[in-house]
Structures are given as C-alpha cells and as structure tokens.
Write a protein that binds this ligand. Structure first.
Ligand code: HEC
Length: 204
C-alpha cells in the first residue's frame, strides 16, 4: 500500500513532464493530425518522406511530418511571385504610389468607393476616431485639439468645399503643411472611406 502511494505522485510527474515542450523539442503530440496541416505550410519545409512515419496514418502512406510540394522546383512550398506582380488589397485596390509633391495628379483620381450611406457611415466612424479631435464633428476645425493646435480649416470654407476626393485622400496619406500624414495608421481603403465622409462635411 505504501509503495502504491509513492508511485502515484511519481507517475503524475512523469506524465505531466512528458507534455512539456521546450527548445527544439515539441513534446509528446497526442492526436498529431490536429497539429500538422494538410495544406502545404509556407514556412516549413520537411523533405524527408519517411519523417514521422511511425505515427502517420496519412492516406498517401507518407510520413506524418513530410510536407513538401512535389510539383515545385526543389519541392518548395513557397515560390516567388511572378516578376512585376503588384499587391492588391482585398477590395482590389492598387497600392498608392504618388509622392507628397504630386498633389495635382492625386486630385484626378476617383474614389473607388461610392458615396453610399453604408460607406459614408463607415467613413464617419473612422473620421470620429482619426480626424474629429482636430477637425471637429461638423468639420469646421473646432475639435478639442484643433482649437489648441490652431489653423485647422473648415471643410466647407469657400476654398475647401470643392476639394476633390483624390486631393483629400492625398492629404490624409501624406499630410498637408501643418497636418501630419496618416498613411501609417489608416489603410488605403479606410482613407478613401473617410474622404467620402469629408465630402459630406464639405457640403454642410
Ligand atoms: C493634429 C490635428 C489634425 C488631425 C488629426 C487631422 N488634421 Fe487635417 N488638417 C489639420 C491642419 C492644421 C490643417 C491645415 C493645414 C495647413 O494648411 O497648414 C489640416 C488640413 C486638412 C485638409 C485641407 C487640405 C487642403 O488642401 O487645404 C483636409 C482635407 C484634412 N485636413 C483632412 C483630414 C482628415 C480626413 C483627417 C483624419 C484622417 C485629418 N485631416 C486629421 C490638422 C489635423
């Protein structure tokens, strides 16, 4: 009986420590199919077809850990994109390449989003987060920070109320005189949506 009492904690310690993963040791894997992805993993490359054979129940008979794409050179999982490939965002918008001093060109670009109530509502939400503290809820430049910062114009001022969408997008992206750029904080899609809401404020 005494021997059994001593055995129980010992068995527990052995069991629990078997699960510990550290360094390069992943620990014991129970139900390995939950860890090893069936699609090719871009960032791992195990070319040994026998690797993990001992616990494999794959239908193709290969080792559980083998994960190389036999159709690619060197069985690579990742290949370089074709030369000249251009990244697009989820809404199929091309990356914005105009530099700060190309404001005149920017003004010619159309907003890819329509002035629909949904887009304007989304633009309003983002405007409240990123612009309102300077430009004010009504866009007259009287936000709490704007009053202290001074010189924040009203969107509906005679020389601002007709600023085109591309111009506004460019100003958010690169800044304008005393206004700082916001490209690093706000994605392209969101900047266009904000521009739609600013358009609404220009008319008020
Ligand atoms: C820190 C305060 C501040 C924030 C935040 C800010 N602005 Fe401005 N904004 C200014 C100031 C100041 C000016 C006037 C710049 C000048 O003419 O010197 C300005 C000017 C503008 C103009 C007019 C540009 C022109 O051609 O005359 C637009 C449009 C504009 N901001 C849009 C935005 C939008 C949209 C946001 C939010 C994404 C935003 N601003 C965030 C301070 C701010």
């Amino acid at each position: 009986m005494h021997k059994l009492k001593a055995f129980v904690p010992l068995a527990l310690v052995v069991l629990i420590s078997a699960c510990t993963a550290k360094g390069d040791n992943p620990g014991l894997e129970y139900a390995p199919q939950m860890y090893h992805s069936i699609p090719y993993e871009p960032l791992t490359q195990i070319t040994d077809k026998e690797s993990g054979q001992w616990l494999s129940n794959r239908e193709d008979g290969l080792g559980e850990f083998y994960n190389s794409n036999p159709n690619n050179p060197y069985s690579q999982n990742v290949r370089r994109p074709v030369a000249g490939t251009v990244r697009r965002t989820s809404n199929n918008i091309l990356p914005y390449r105009l530099e700060k001093d190309q404001l005149a060109e920017a003004a010619l670009i159309e907003n890819p989003f329509p002035a629909s109530p949904e887009i304007q509502a989304e633009g309003k939400r983002l405007y409240t987060e990123y612009c309102q503290h300077c430009h004010g809820a009504d866009g007259k430049g009287q936000g709490k920070v704007g009053v202290v910062y001074a010189g924040v114009p009203s969107y509906s001022a005679p020389n601002k109320k007709d600023l085109p969408q591309g111009h506004i997008f460019h100003v958010i992206t690169h800044g304008y005189n005393r206004m700082w750029p916001h490209a690093s904080q706000i994605s392209e899609e969101r900047r266009w949506k904000i521009a739609r809401y600013v358009q609404q404020l220009q008319q008020q």
